[in-house]
Write a protein that binds this ligand. Structure first.
Ligand code: FO1
Length: 325
């Protein structure tokens, strides 16, 4: 097993898959996952935390791998009853998944912080890595579009990502704080890994929490920051990332995501960048940004893919740490 302190920044499905791979090749006390909470919202009186649940369900072996959200072996009786009564069924909550939302909402109402609730759930679900929400404050991602401002889930689920986006903002970010343990894990990290999640709405919210980017940029201790491209051959593996890039006037590519995060010697975050064989032609452009590069198969279809990519990324990070790249 590799002894190395790794902190992964993750959002939805792409992030959860790589985190699953990392959790299987790293000792559990050497992996911390900082998860986006910008997608969170209140629905039917329940606090829903999609990216926390996607990461935790994946790590607990409970995830519905087909949809990429919610639980496997799900039933839909409660939602069916709600729909029959004329309630809003557009955001599909399965019976097993509802248990998570009911208990999270109950504990939050009793005054527990989201990070405390998450830790409790991880203990019950037998999740060994540390899973931390980026903040215990609510920081809803708002989508600015040609139809005006939309709450994230209204854009993503109700409107199926149809509106053309012009920008994003994270409401309340100015007064938000990282949740306990986030800054310490980042300052102790030898590898900070930006997972192949949507840069705009899964990773940027994490980096925007005051105090998070600052700690990542502080290279006082041995630290390498690596991102894995969520774009392969101009398309997102899943979700609206490429569509968002196009609507923001940027050509979606592995290189444009590398630019999005920027290299350390240009005041940006990254030392290293991992992208797919299909985009090998962009290697010179990406290297030209001052980044060390790893070109490999980044598509994670199977558990073996997830573990292989995780091993390759960590090996790449160790080489960077030892100055061998
Ligand atoms: N995404 C959908 O496209 N349709 C849904 O009905 C839906 C329900 C849902 C329920 C719980 C949950 O945790 C996630 C759910 N998602 C659904 C996915 C969710 O919108 C996304 O996971 C994130 O917000 C973006 O990654």
């Amino acid at each position: 097993m590799l002894e190395i302190k790794v902190v992964a920044l993750a959002g939805g499905v792409g992030g959860a898959k790589l985190v699953d791979g990392l959790s299987r090749i790293l000792p559990s006390d050497s992996l911390t996952v900082i998860v986006n909470t910008g997608d969170d919202f209140d629905h039917l009186g329940l606090r829903i935390c999609p990216d926390l649940d996607t990461v935790c369900y994946m790590l607990a072996g409970l995830a519905n791998l087909t949809t990429g959200w919610g639980r496997k072996a799900e039933t839909w009786n409660a939602l069916q009853s709600l729909a029959e009564l004329g309630g809003p069924a557009w955001f599909r909550l399965g019976d097993r998944d509802l248990g998570t939302h009911l208990e999270r909402t109950r504990l939050l109402a009793k005054g527990y912080a989201l990070s405390e609730v998450t830790q409790k759930f991880c203990e019950v679900w037998g999740i060994a890595p540390h899973v931390l929400p980026m903040s215990d404050d609510q920081i809803p991602t708002m989508v600015q579009s040609d139809e005006g401002e939309l709450a994230f889930q209204d854009y993503f689920v109700k409107r199926k990502c149809q509106p053309r986006v012009t920008g994003f903002y994270f409401a309340g970010i100015e007064s938000a704080q990282p949740s306990p343990g986030v800054q310490q894990s980042l300052s102790e990290a030898e590898i900070v890994l930006i997972c192949p999640s949507n840069p705009w709405v899964s990773i940027d919210p994490i980096l925007a929490v005051p105090g998070i980017k600052e700690v990542i940029l502080d290279r006082a201790k041995r630290k390498q920051v690596i991102a894995v491209s969520p774009i392969i051959a101009g398309a997102a593996v899943k979700g609206p990332a490429a569509k968002m890039y196009l609507e923001m006037g940027i050509n979606p590519s592995a290189a444009s995501v590398a630019q999005h995060y920027g290299s350390q010697d240009m005041g940006g975050l990254l030392n290293g960048y991992v992208f797919d064989h299909l985009d090998a032609g962009q290697d010179q452009e990406i290297t030209g940004l001052g980044l060390a590069t790893l070109v490999t198969n980044t598509l994670m279809k199977t558990l073996e893919d997830r573990m292989r990519l995780a091993e390759q990324v960590i090996d790449f990070g160790k080489k960077l740490l030892d100055g061998n790249v």
